[in-house]
Design a protein around this ligand. Structure first.
Ligand code: NAP
Length: 457
């Protein structure tokens, strides 16, 4: 294969798996750009801190980014620092793997009251995402309602139910641990608008809710009664059967009187977030599926008192400047990863991951997804017009000229080493540095004071 220069935008699993597939071919060099100073995307900023095994996929991602034919360019924002046209001038092909960055909304009154948040916000905060203000969450609420019964809802409910001591061995930043330590949360209620046979969580994740030392799971047996359609769904799906076994086991238990209660409720659809200045609860309507399997309300209102509401009802993608976007599906229209503009492929522009298929699947799903995109790219390669600018340093020079502090691999290694040193102080493998300023100072070689996690003056 002749010299082929590819930019991958997004250093999460989809982007890095795309880089891995590309660099299996001789003659291909890849720059992986990310708007954050740190690589790994949702592995670093989405996978829950206590899911240590899942997080360890970063070891494999790291090996890809350390290859000589791959370069990491962090702190570079497509849209703010660079346009798609800039990339097309410097690269023969561009793979966009920017994920699905924002939360879906409930679209009910009261959703923007103080105390009503998205799970995306909460996950970003406890993961130390540079965009999340350090003081975004205080956890002074005694009762929290989590809307949604997918795996993200399970993650946020589990983190809320755990103590600072439970999470201290993980990489959560110090300010998060302090807030968890002072948390007033006593009751967390997860609410599904459909039944347990339609819930999206997976069994391993569900079961973990029952393994938290300081919290007990409460399930109303009446919620677990199944109609004929649900029985049929169960018969056809092993995960659903296993989920029901776990839920039935909890429903049969006597309350153990642990400090925190984690309640799972079903058949309640959100109608309004209650409150005047701040959240006082969630109004729901009891719901059911009609003969056609559509969700309908019964007219019966059920109010769930709470001082905090977290909606965890899925993610959606954001349009990227210069790229087509389907508002209805929240993805970039594509065929096997080839971006479609007006129905036909835009030469040299591809997508991978959530921005390509929507926010579904596990991390590993991105491997086959990225492989499909790269197969399309390599099949198109003979006909791709070559980029006019072929000097590998030209893009970094352009970014420097635009006053962007590009974080290359050595900069990330400095952040990585500083986080490991902070971890040594806490007796764990790593403590994340959360704010962008400190990440950038660390990447630039400004030493950190271990205690504060801030650059020395
Ligand atoms: P999800 O699996 O699609 O779950 C979304 C939940 O929100 C569903 O229960 C859905 O109910 C509910 N919902 C949607 N709109 C609603 C509304 N207007 N009112 C009330 N409820 C509403 O999404 P997710 O939890 O964000 O997860 C995204 C992806 O990441 C999934 O593939 C997930 O498995 C994955 N993930 C995996 C892990 C893990 O493996 N440990 C951890 C986190 C995330 P309906 O079904 O009724 O629409």
């Amino acid at each position: 294969m002749p010299d082929l220069r590819v930019a991958v935008v997004g250093a999460g699993p989809a982007g890095v798996y795309a880089a891995a597939a590309l660099t299996r071919v001789d003659g291909v060099t890849v720059d992986v750009l990310d708007r954050l100073p740190a690589p790994y995307g949702l592995v670093r900023y989405g996978v829950a801190p206590d899911h240590v095994k899942m997080k360890s996929v970063d070891v494999a991602l790291r090996k890809v980014l350390e290859q000589p034919s791959v370069r990491f360019l962090g702190n570079v924002d497509l849209g703010e620092h660079l346009s798609l046209d800039d990339l097309r001038r410097h690269y023969d092909a561009v793979v966009i793997a920017t994920g699905a960055a924002v939360d879906r909304r409930l679209d009910v009154p009261g959703e923007d009251l103080a105390g009503s948040f998205s799970a995306t916000d909460f996950v970003a905060w406890y993961s130390g995402h540079p965009d999340a203000a350090l003081d975004r969450f205080t956890l002074r609420a005694r009762r929290v309602v989590v809307v949604g019964v997918g795996n993200v809802a399970v993650d946020v409910a589990r983190v809320l139910a755990k103590t600072a001591a439970d999470l201290s061995p993980t990489d959560v930043p110090g300010h998060v641990l302090e807030v968890l330590d002072a948390s007033a949360v006593e009751e967390i209620t997860m609410v599904g608008r459909r039944g347990p046979a339609q819930a999206k969580f997976t069994t391993k994740e569900l079961r973990e809710l029952g393994e938290i030392a300081g919290a007990e799971v409460l399930v109303d047996p009446a919620d677990l009664e199944l109609d004929e359609a649900a029985e049929a769904a169960l018969a056809a799906d092993r995960t659903l059967r296993a989920n029901l076994d776990v839920l039935r086991d909890w429903a049969a238990r006597e309350p153990a009187g642990r400090p925190r209660r984690l309640r799972l409720r079903f058949w309640l659809r959100p109608v309004e977030v209650l409150g005047v200045e701040a959240v006082t609860g969630l109004r729901t309507e009891r719901s059911r599926l009609n003969a056609e399997g559509r969700l309908v309300g019964t007219g019966e209102t059920v109010d769930l008192p709470a001082e905090m509401v977290l909606r965890s009802v899925g993610y959606r993608g954001l349009p990227l400047p210069g790229l087509p976007f389907d508002e209805r599906t929240g993805i970039v229209p594509n065929e096997a990863g080839r971006v479609l503009g007006g129905g036909s492929p835009l030469p040299g522009v591809y997508v991978a991951g959530w921005v390509k298929r929507g926010p579904t699947g596990v991390i590993g799903t991105n491997k086959s997804d990225a492989a499909e995109t790269v197969a399309s790219l390599l099949a198109d390669e003979p006909d791709l017009p070559r980029a006019p600018e072929r000097d590998a340093d030209a893009l970094v020079e352009l970014l420097c000229h635009r006053s962007v502090q590009v974080v290359e691999w050595a900069g990330w290694e400095a952040i990585d080493a500083a986080e490991r040193r902070l971890g040594e102080d806490r007796g764990c493998a790593r403590v994340k540095i959360a704010d962008r300023e400190t990440l950038l100072a660390t990447a630039a070689g400004t030493p950190l004071t271990a205690a504060a996690g801030r650059p020395r003056p």
